[in-house]
Design a protein around this ligand. Structure first.
Ligand code: GDP
Length: 444
């Protein structure tokens, strides 16, 4: 998971400070020296790190950390403020024109950065907000690009526009714009070609496209895993063709965080979103202050709540609670709950958003819990619809079939059934309240 090691290092440094009542200037200097190392190791630009440490030091002295009631907290507060400032203070919203006008987004970036995927993610996001997107395939060089965009568009039921690979990208863009006008689409998303490296031909092509249609946002996708290289790419694209915002992809991987921390300060371009996975729903708005909080191990409850609001079907959730309290909860409902949990990023994803969990999670085998959850899903999927709705129908021979269908030992099926029955009993007793029994996939 991204930023993990930076987050852990910073938490440890500040824990060391918190242990002391009063802080001397030496204490602060030593802590900042360690912060400096941690940031450099996270691949944050050298000059930025230097400025950062200088600013924190200056503020710490200005705010009289040494006489303050909780010196360590004051230092942490200053560090958080400066980290936030480095990433750009406010969230930059990708504002679209009014519904009656066509907004044009042009996705640019190197090959493999995630343009095509992110184009579809954005289309899906705005479709949910009642926009009418049209995904346009302008990458005529990478053979699979057109097909990849078409498949993604289909997955999201979003209209797709392609003229094959024989027509110039600027002409495709123009014709797509005409199509949007004719058919009433109000969000044109242009997927453009990338290269393995920046070259002049690519930049010229992008410039011609910008001249051909009224692009509102040139959005650069960069791969967070490439660290400072992502910053260099951002700089080049900004200088050559002009960029209005950056989307940092693959932040779900173990990126060290340098790109997220440096791009705004180094290039002036705001980060709009973070790509958090290969699935088309995995795109999160970027909030510098929340990110700073996450990095400092303070969690990000606000983002978790927003995610829950957008991903969880409230009606379904109410229905589950009603069934739970009446003891009518069946395997289908159980499966639905697991799906909802996964939409929020699984157990690990949720825990990471909670304050102080970075440290607390050390030593907990989350992977094992996730694995167990997958196994439970497999077992339920191997049941017939009737059995899911009415678990009593499962006799020993059916259980054997279910076990072989799910590729597990029958003891696993028996265990799940037993735990499920216990859960039902308990729910009836408590009328839907939470008990202290473990969940069937462990960890609880
Ligand atoms: P393009 O060449 O810039 O169009 O890049 P693609 O959209 O084809 O993406 C390249 C690879 O990165 C694909 O395998 C994507 O599934 C993957 N990818 C894109 N965004 C993300 C992300 O946020 N997280 C992860 N883990 N993979 C991503």
């Amino acid at each position: 998971m991204a930023f993990e090691s930076l987050s852990e290092r910073l938490s440890t440094i500040f824990q060391g400070l918190s242990g002391k009542g009063k802080l001397s200037e030496d204490d602060v200097n030593l802590a900042l020296k360690e912060v400096r190392m941690a940031l450099l190791e996270a691949d944050v630009n050298f000059k930025l790190v230097k400025d950062f440490v200088a600013k924190v030091k200056e503020k710490a002295i200005g705010e009289e950390v040494f006489s303050s009631l909780s010196p360590a907290q004051t230092v942490i507060k200053i560090v958080k403020e400066e980290l936030t400032a480095m990433m750009g203070e406010e969230n930059t919203e990708l504002k679209l024109r009014p519904q009656s006008e066509i907004t044009v987004l042009m996705m640019v970036g190197l090959q493999g950065a995630g343009k095509t995927t992110t184009a579809a993610k954005l289309a899906g996001k705005f479709q949910k907000m009642h926009r009418k997107p049209l995904l346009v395939a302008c990458d005529i060089y990478r053979p699979a690009a057109i097909e990849q965009l078409r498949v993604n568009a289909e997955k999201l039921s979003i209209p797709f526009f392609s003229l094959g690979n024989q027509i110039k990208p600027e002409e495709i863009a123009q014709r797509a714009y005409e199509e949007a006008k004719e058919k009433g689409y109000n969000l044109l998303i242009l997927d453009t070609a990338g290269r393995l490296q920046i070259d002049d031909a690519l930049m010229q092509e992008l410039k011609r496209m910008k001249a051909a249609v009224p692009v509102d946002w040139t959005i650069l996708t960069v791969d967070a895993m490439t660290g400072q290289e992502a910053v260099n790419v951002s700089q080049s694209f900004s200088e050559d063709i002009g960029v209005d915002g950056v989307i940092l992809t693959k932040c779900d991987g173990d990126t060290r965080g340098g790109a997220a921390l440096s791009i705004k300060a180094m290039t002036g371009q705001p980060i709009l979103f973070l790509g958090m996975g290969e699935k088309l729903s995995e795109l999160e708005p970027f909030y510098p202050d929340r990110m700073a909080g996450r990095i400092l191990g303070m969690g990000d409850v606000l983002s978790l709540i927003e995610k829950a609001q957008s991903e969880i079907d409230e009606e379904k959730a109410r229905e589950s609670v009603r069934k739970l309290s009446k003891g009518q909860f069946n395997y289908d409902d159980f499966m639905e709950q697991m799906n909802q949990l996964q939409k929020l990023g699984g157990i690990a994803g949720i825990l990471k958003m909670l304050p102080g969990m970075n440290k607390a999670m050390q030593g907990i085998d989350l992977e094992d819990s996730e694995k167990k959850m997958k196994q439970v899903k497999c077992i339920i999927q191997s049941m017939t619809f009737k059995e899911r709705a009415n678990p009593k129908l499962m006799n020993p021979s059916r259980k054997k079939r279910i076990a072989s269908g799910a590729g597990v030992d029958i003891s696993e099926v028996n265990k799940l059934v037993k735990q499920f029955e216990e859960m039902q009993k308990m729910m009836k007793q408590f009328g839907g309240g939470r008990g202290k029994h473990g969940s069937p996939f462990g960890g609880g």
